[in-house]
Ligand binder design. Sequence first.
Ligand SMILES: [Zn+2]
Length: 180
Amino acid sequence: MVDSPFFVKFVNSLHISSIDTRTDHLHDPSYLSRRANEWGFTDTELTEDMNSLLALRTAIRNVLFQVSRQGTVEPEDLAFINSVIKPEVRLLELIASEKTIVETKTTKENTYSPHEFLAHDFARSVAHYGIKRFKLCANDTCLWAFHDTSKNGSKKWCSSAACGNTDKVRRFRERKKNAT
Ligand SMILES: [Zn+2]
């Protein structure tokens, strides 16, 4: 299992830098090319799969937001992700060695589409680490997705020093205000 699942970077391809500034890197050819290379697809395969990719990204982002903010998940978002995963599961192959199943391997990676690959990566990561380990930054003008690998899983902000610090400054001011 890779430490930083592919889907996290996929979610962050929508870069939110303030309340009304959003950059969608999936529409940037050089960004798309780098991700295609990482995920084992061609640029064309990603471009042709764009509508499904955008829909999947929204659904995953919604799930992460709902879990981190409300602790619940909207069934429609899960149903959408599941509808993508199902046909893909058949491509999993169990590898046996010395009469023991040692690992699972996804066969012929390119026989399924990029969004199916990412939906499966999301499902596998959630099954392995737990959904609560995948978060959106607590700063509502950031919402950067990250994998919380901290010991007690209590990380709230992305790795940007600015987000955690903004909150620290805010809490400090509130304390000060309450004290006077
Ligand atoms: Zn942040």
